[in-house]
Design a binder for this molecule. Sequence first.
Ligand SMILES: [Zn+2]
Length: 163
Amino acid sequence: MLKKKEIEPQSNDVIIEKFSNYLKENGKRRTPERFFILDQVLTFPKQFTVDDLKRSMLSSKFLVSQATLYYTVELFVNAGILRRINTGGNAVAYERADNLRHIHLQCIECGRVKLVKDPNFMAYMNARKFAAFTTSYYDLTVYGTCNDCARRLKRKNKTDKKL
Ligand SMILES: [Zn+2]
């Protein structure tokens, strides 16, 4: 039996096949444009926004509207290829769902997400075995308060006391 030492990100071929199956199973069209956008998405090493994606497609033969890009990226989210990251305010970024290189710190006040590397946690998760279950990838979000919000809340408390 093949023993996998580390949990690795999925290969691009596996992801493309996953998307193809998703479209088939959900009765959606498998257009060259959708697969081209997926290719572009897979070139981003870290999180990206739809604006980043739009810029990366400027030199391509596909003229895709912002609305189409949003729709297509959401298809990737539904297919389990990407996950949405709230980066504070209305800003939304995306990253690969199987990105194992960092954990997320999310502020419960402003919603911003910071990415941090934690080699100890990764080593722990790579070694962790679950009964009757094979891990493909994992996602850790730690919730708390960012320094900006902590300062803002402190100032607000002071002002409230004065009133
Ligand atoms: Zn915050």
